[in-house]
Design a protein around this ligand. Structure first.
Ligand code: BES
Ligand code: ZN
Ligand code: ZN
Length: 489
């Protein structure tokens, strides 16, 4: 990982102190005609040069916009001007990502963060943006465009505590772990492999795993049904971070389909191509739990990941089957491609029976319909608790992720009621796919429906191209939002 640290001290001059490149934050105040440097350390002789340069390149000051001033034969031969937008954490996050992606290689960049309105938030944002943008998934080295890399970032931010950088590092590390899990090809990524990866990094967290025989003994028949077509058996994974003196308890549930062919309701090739990502919700709840533990947050976090591979074979589950879930609810299978809700049903029922948490939150790449509703960058959020909706929405916004609430209309519930069992796992094509999936899950939350939230993050879990702090591929969506929310509890 990129080396990010504070400069030696408040008196250390930024320019000329160390070999390397200097960066200055730039912003365009409202109403003003041109963007200007917002730093106190800009020497007078450079100030006039910078002003002329910013005008010449028409720097907009927008977050993440970078222009490099070349100064041949001068001691500081390259000066980078990076936009910070409004100068809030999001602006600094984009700036951190942009500096990392800029063409400054084999060197260290020093930047001043002293004039930020909230310096600690700015430092956290900048470092997080840099570490997330640095990420790249490759199974062999080197890549076609793996040239020399930026070696380090030095942040000149007198008075800001080391904790700001440490928090960014922990959140970025676990977001990157969630991305790694999600990007890994499914030939490698079996339910057992997922469990092993987490167990290796579990540290002080208590971990419990159910193998297929244990799932059968305990009645997790939804997870077993979905995994029945694969020779690589399903698992249920439970993490428990229970710090002494915790006053809140959160239970997280994640969808962990390591590959989704659609089962006998097989997906067309194009729709199946990226279905290794169908465990992104499980990866996010794991990442958030590990991060909470490393940050030593005073919140108990229990995470459950329902892991199965949804394949087509002579032993696959089939349409018309009736599954008796953990806890007793039954599902009539209408589509073997609506498998996520079937494994989540078991895990939610287990959570409700076992714990009495303050909050019960599930994350899942549940429906393609969520992209139709909200597009590529926004996750769908469901909850009956308005305060929880507000808190999760604010956490997402602060974290640089985005959610939007969709309703849980009682009169749509009929769409998931079966004639011969309790529930159908899918509905008529004319039904609202994302909402009816949420209503199905709600049935498993029993008396805890009022403290439950469901997040369908099918779309934002994957980026089609690199953009800001997002690398192409898995985004690790949810780790950042959940950690922010824990911090607010
Ligand atoms: N894993 C998919 C949802 C998905 C689609 C995630 C695209 C990410 C990108 C899920 O298991 C699924 O197939 N859902 C069906 C539900 C339908 C059969 C009721 C869907 O969305 O079409
Ligand atoms: Zn599916
Ligand atoms: Zn799926």
């Amino acid at each position: 990982m990129l080396d990010i640290a504070f400069t030696a001290g408040p008196d250390e001059p930024i320019i000329g102190a160390a070999p390397g490149v200097v960066a200055f934050p730039v912003s365009k105040p409202e109403g003003s005609a041109s963007a200007a440097v917002v730093a106190t350390s800009l020497p007078d002789d450079l100030r006039a040069e910078a002003e002329a340069f910013l005008a010449q390149v028409a720097h907009s000051g927008k977050a993440g916009e970078v222009h490099i001033l070349h100064r041949p034969l001068q001691e500081t031969s390259k000066v980078l001007f990076v936009g910070i937008g409004e100068g809030d954490e999001a602006g600094w996050r984009s700036a951190g990502a942009a500096v990392t992606r800029s063409s400054v290689k084999e060197t260290s960049v020093t930047i001043e963060i002293t004039s930020a309105r909230e310096p600690a938030a700015a430092v956290r944002g900048f470092a997080e943006g840099a570490w997330l943008a640095e990420y790249k998934f490759r199974l062999v080295e080197p890549g076609p465009d793996d040239g020399p890399k930026l070696t380090g970032l030095r942040l000149h931010a007198p008075g800001v505590d080391q904790r700001a950088i440490d928090t960014a590092r922990i959140v970025a590390t676990h977001t990157r772990f969630a991305r790694d899990l999600t990007n890994m090809p499914s030939g490698v990524k079996t339910p057992e492999w997922f469990v092993d990866q987490v167990t290796e990094r579990g540290g002080r967290i208590e971990i419990k795993v159910w193998d297929p025989a244990e799932l059968a003994a305990d009645g997790f028949n939804g997870i077993l049904a979905v995994g029945s077509g694969s020779s690589r058996g399903p698992r249920l994974l439970r993490l428990d971070y229970a710090p002494e003196g915790a006053t809140r308890h959160v239970v997280l549930v994640g969808k962990g389909i390591t590959f989704d062919t659609g089962g006998i309701d097989i997906k067309p090739a194009d729709a199946m191509a990226l279905m290794r990502k169908d465990m992104g919700g499980g990866a996010a709840v794991v990442g958030a739990t590990l991060a909470a533990a490393e940050l030593e947050l005073p919140v108990r976090v229990t995470a459950l990941v329902a892991l199965a591979e949804n394949l087509v074979s002579g032993t696959s589950w089939r349409q018309g089957d009736v599954i008796k879930h953990y806890g007793g609810l039954t599902t009539e299978v209408r589509s073997t491609d609506a498998e996520g809700r079937v494994v989540l049903g078991d895990a939610l029922a287990y959570a409700v029976e076992t714990y009495d948490p303050d909050y019960l939150i599930d994350l899942a790449t549940l429906t393609g319909a969520s992209r139709v509703a909200l597009g590529k960058r926004i996750a769908a959020l469901f909850s009956e608790d308005d305060a929880l909706v507000k808190a999760l929405s604010e956490a997402a916004k602060a974290a640089g992720e985005s959610v939007w609430q969709l309703p849980l209309p009682g009169d749509y519930r009929a769409a998931v009621v079966s004639e011969i069992a309790d529930l159908y796992n899918s509905t008529e094509v004319s039904a609202a796919g994302t909402i009816t999936a949420a209503l199905y899950l709600r049935e498993f939350t029993g008396e805890q429906h009022d403290r439950w939230a469901h997040i369908d993050m099918s779309s934002p879990s994957w980026a089609d191209s690199a953009n800001g702090e997002l690398a192409k591929g898995a985004t690790g969506w949810g780790v950042r939002t959940l950690v922010r929310w824990f911090e607010s509890l």
